[in-house]
Design a protein around this ligand. Structure first.
Ligand code: PEP
Ligand code: MN
Length: 347
């Protein structure tokens, strides 16, 4: 259930309510909005079930108690009616900002990651992407440079000021990845890896959660709930295409998922047109569509020489195509009331 407090509720009243709930064995989460404070209350102990709503509604500091019947509660709109806005080194993710993350599928060398970082920054991207731990369908393909790749990402950040997003696949790597990255990426294959979700939920860094390639929107929301239930409220949802009968494209981009996820959740929603299409010729159009549908941002693959890329070359944009895409999405963003996010602050 959620407990909506009266605007006049005092700090003491709120603290005593929270203490009371915790003593009774509830999990308690706080959402402090501009107008209202909402308390998310998880797990009703059996002995406390009777007249629950009436009892809490009788408190003078409580405006309303609303039972939440959905299997996800903390990521739902009811808990936080205003959208979540995340700040990564001064880059706004969510709200009316459009944030672009771009870079290669995988880090290949110091030269290529710095060259890519410089180029995407020049074109107006905000965050550098690049895999160091790569999931691969085949056990025999390249699995990334590991910690050496993380170091190169951090060097590219030092050089350009762009914050870094990279995938973490294993609970044993969370601490190491946290030392270098600004945002954890949970890939499509790990959306339902619940121990990994819990682990990043305990870290204090934003997490991009890609939708599982065969997951429903509700399953995706519940995966996000795993992270948030551990106390990490900084989750970014990312639609990256789902598997359908279509084989012309690598996946099928589910445009519905963008407004649907925004209707259901307060979390920022991104799109990944690179993995959704698998074809660089389609990436610009799908990016424009995603922005028009209200996405808070895009994550895109680009490579200095896509034909030489170790991974995901066919869907990686050339430097010129990336520049063209950035020019194409700016007016679309404006039409839907979004502005390009401000660049990162360099400290
Ligand atoms: C990636 O971003 O390179 C990646 C592997 O993405 P996904 O998990 O969506 O396949
Ligand atoms: Mn990739």
């Amino acid at each position: 259930m959620i407990i909506i407090l009266q605007p006049s509720a005092t700090r003491e009243e709120r603290e005593s309510l929270l203490a009371d709930l915790k003593t009774k064995g509830y999990g308690v989460h706080l959402s402090e909005g501009v107008e209202r404070t909402i308390v998310g209350v998880i797990g009703t102990p059996e002995r406390d079930k009777e007249n629950l709503i009436e009892r809490y509604e009788a408190l003078p500091c409580v405006e309303r108690v609303v039972p939440i019947l959905k299997p996800y509660k903390l990521v739902g709109r009811a808990f936080k009616p205003e959208g979540t806005v995340i700040n990564v080194r001064g880059v706004q993710i969510g709200g009316s900002a459009l944030c672009i993350m771009a870079g290669p599928c995988t880090v290949e060398s110091a030269e290529m990651i710095v060259e890519t970082a410089r180029h995407v920054k020049k074109c107006g991207a905000h965050i550098l992407r690049g895999g160091a731990y790569k999931p691969s369908t085949s056990p025999y393909s390249f699995h990334g440079m590991g910690e050496a790749g993380l170091k190169l990402l951090a060097e590219a950040r030092d050089e350009t000021g762009l914050p870094v997003i990279t995938e973490v696949m294993d609970t044993r790597d969370v601490e190491t990845v946290a030392q270098y990255a600004d945002i954890f990426q949970i890939g499509t294959r790990n959306m339902a890896n619940y121990s990994l979700l819990r682990e990043v939920g305990q870290a204090r860094k934003p997490v991009m959660l890609k939708r599982g390639w065969a997951s429903t929107i509700e399953e995706w929301m519940q995966a996000a709930e795993y992270i948030v239930s551990q106390g990490n409220y900084e989750v970014i949802l990312c639609e990256r295409g789902i598997r359908t009968f279509e084989t012309y494209t690598r996946n099928t981009f589910d445009l519905n998922a963008i407004p649907a996820a925004q209707e259901l959740s307060h979390l920022p929603v991104f799109a990944d047109p690179s993995h959704a299409t698998g074809k660089r010729s389609l990436v610009k159009a799908v990016s424009m569509g995603a922005v028009a549908a209200g996405a808070h941002g895009l994550i895109l693959e680009t490579h200095p020489s896509p034909e030489m890329a170790i991974k995901d070359g066919p869907q990686s944009l050339s430097p010129a195509q990336f520049e063209e895409l950035m020019l194409a999405i700016a007016p679309v963003a404006e039409v839907v009331g979004k502005q390009m996010a401000q660049p990162a602050q360099v400290f």
